[in-house]
Design a protein around this ligand. Structure first.
Ligand code: SF4
Length: 108
């Protein structure tokens, strides 16, 4: 095997390990977008796991800010239900996520 082939194989293995090493909750059907009140006529975007897997130390449900959803990853989950190609979905999601926690106007 040539040195170039060895290098290519090494890069492929590293890439593969990186891609399969964790699960992104954002690509799971249990990861739900919800709203949270932010004063009068405004709301924040939050995400929750409707399979009940996100817990605080004392057992209450943990809710995360929407703009951080691409960072929610875990090694494994018995309730994971992927919604499609993870790489492509996460790439598109990162392009559209707000960069900070923003409030939005509520329309009735
Ligand atoms: S079910 Fe598991 S993978 Fe899906 S959102 Fe909840 S913790 Fe993440």
């Amino acid at each position: 095997m040539s040195q170039a082939a060895v290098n290519a194989e090494t890069e492929t293995l590293s890439y593969s390990e990186e891609c399969t090493g964790k699960i992104y909750c954002a690509n799971c059907s249990h990861c739900k977008l919800i709203t949270s009140p932010a004063g009068q006529d405004q709301f924040y975007l939050r995400v929750r796991c409707d399979a009940g897997k996100w817990k605080k130390k004392m057992g209450e449900e943990k809710i995360h800010k929407y703009f951080t959803v691409s960072r929610r990853s875990i090694d494994s989950c018995d309730a994971y239900e992927p919604m499609g190609d993870e790489e492509e979905y996460m790439r598109e999601l990162r392009k559209t996520l707000p960069s900070k926690d923003e409030s939005y106007d509520r329309y009735y």
